[in-house]
Design a protein. Structure first.
Length: 476
């Protein structure tokens, strides 16, 4: 099952659907508002025209009234209005003996209650009462009433006492015009929605293109192409995405490079440990097997060799255990007040009991005495093994840090070895057996210095190699 394909399709679909919904909402709202405005305007114009037309008819008929009775007047009105197109009328006689009566249950005047003309719909009592109160030459109030096939604008007015003229203006043409407007706006909205779909597809393609590029680059990066990068142009979100991917790729490349280097270092570490363990073990095994067969005067030498190799083996094991604790992050720091002058002298007396080490200066600080002692001891031992005596150690202090400078009188460190001197099992002279060291001393010293928040640096001087330990001053 290819989830990434579904994800890309989903993103494209969401973009298209979102733009479609926005376009449809905007088009529908615009069409609705436009229709309402146009509909109101058209109906208002039709109502205004109907009102003016009715007022003109009513006033004309009122000024030409010469009939002696309502029936005679009805014939005159019928003769005048019968030729009018789009207008239907009805005359209602409310004089004595009139047939016009509202239906008690429906409160409306039926169409057959008119004495002349034809009423397409029943006239409500409220409309008739308003007509009875509207004399000729007075303003009329139109009423919009639904019919069986269309809407009518109904206007009524009083021609003479007891005789009411009601005109019915058929709004069918207006309804047809509005229906055409609705159809036009509907198609327009559909066109806008279709355009929105096209725009959505275009936008989705534009948005999906950099995402596809990132996905492709991510697959290539995952396949091991650590140099793959994206082209970032401008300051847009896409450029930010490209920059972020490139930074991530740089970190991944650096991390993998470091892991490969660590893996190589671990393989070298295993080889070195195996070598350093095998050599003293082989010597111990050979001496142990031969000690019983040697003459008495040679047994002492064999026992001395056994003791020396066993001590070297114990030192290597102790160093390996210390390195493992430092790597695991379980090494503990027990700070106490330390007099560096006394501590350095004690370390020098232990490593070089002769007067090959000169110590000047002193300082006090809060530190782990055992670990600082290990740092100094390793530096003195390294100076005597790989450099040459005399070894000059100077202690200086400032308000923020304390420095221990260890200067030997040897040839210095080869330039190609300076960068890896504090790595494990690294010896600048590569003389493993001649030096007798484990190759872990400087690595342990650097780790202990960093555990204190300090550091060890090395540089060559005209007099030899110079190691400088810098430890921060911690308030008591």
């Amino acid at each position: 099952m290819r989830r990434p394909r579904l994800t890309r399709t989903s993103l494209r679909l969401w973009i298209v659907v979102t733009i479609l919904l926005l376009s449809a909402a905007a088009a529908t709202s615009t069409a609705f508002v436009a229709y309402q405005i146009q509909s109101d305007d058209v109906r208002e114009r039709f109502t205004t025209w109907s009102s003016l037309s009715f007022a003109a008819d009513l006033n004309h008929l009122a000024t030409t009234d010469q009939a002696s009775s309502n029936w005679e007047r009805a014939w005159q009105v019928d003769d005048f209005l019968s030729s009018r197109y789009g207008v239907q009328f009805a005359l209602y006689d409310f004089g004595e003996g009139s047939r016009a009566r509202p239906r008690p249950a429906e409160d409306a005047y039926p169409a057959d209650s008119a004495i002349a003309g034809f009423a397409p719909i029943e006239v409500p009592v409220a409309v008739m009462d308003r007509a009875l109160a509207t004399p000729a030459f007075a303003g009329v109030t139109p009423a919009h009433l639904p019919g069986p096939n269309s809407t009518y604008v109904v206007l009524g007015g009083l021609l003479r006492p007891g005789l009411v003229l009601v005109e019915f203006y058929d709004a069918r043409d207006v309804d047809t015009e509005l229906a055409g407007l609705r159809s036009t706006l509907t198609w327009l909205a559909a066109g806008i929605a279709a355009t929105g779909v096209l725009i959505g597809l275009l936008v989705a393609a534009l948005v999906n293109r950099p995402i596809k590029a990132v996905t492709k680059a991510a697959h290539r990066l995952g396949a091991g192409e650590l140099d793959v990068r994206l082209r970032a142009v401008g300051t847009s979100e896409t450029a930010d995405l490209a920059h972020s991917f490139n930074r991530m790729a740089d970190r991944v490349r650096d991390a993998i490079t470091q892991l490969r280097a660590k893996e190589k270092q671990q393989r070298q570490l295993l080889a070195d440990v195996a070598h350093d363990l095998r050599t003293p073990l082989a010597t111990i095994l050979a001496a142990a097997e031969a000690v019983g067969q040697l003459p008495v005067h040679a047994q002492a030498r064999a026992l001395h060799l056994l003791t020396e190799r066993t001590r070297r083996l114990a030192t290597l094991v102790d160093d390996l255990l210390e390195i493992s604790r430092l790597d695991a992050g379980v090494a503990e720091l027990h700070r106490d007040r330390v007099d560096l002058g006394d501590l350095v002298i004690s370390a020098a007396d232990l490593v070089a009991p002769s007067s090959e080490v000169q110590v000047t200066g002193t300082a006090t600080l809060q530190a782990d005495p055992r670990r600082v002692f290990a740092i100094v001891s390793n530096l003195i031992d390294n100076a005597l093994r790989h450099g040459a005596p005399p070894v000059d150690i100077r202690i200086t202090a400032s308000p923020d840090e304390v420095s221990i400078r260890c200067q030997d009188s040897g040839p210095g460190v080869p330039e190609e070895s300076l960068a890896t001197l504090f790595d494990r099992f690294v010896r600048a002279d590569r003389g493993r057996e001649a030096s007798g060291g484990s190759g872990l001393g400087l690595a342990i010293a650097q780790a202990n210095a960093r555990l204190h928040g300090g550091r060890i640096t090395v540089a060559n001087t005209p007099d030899g190699a110079c190691f400088t330990v810098v430890l921060p001053v911690i308030a008591e």
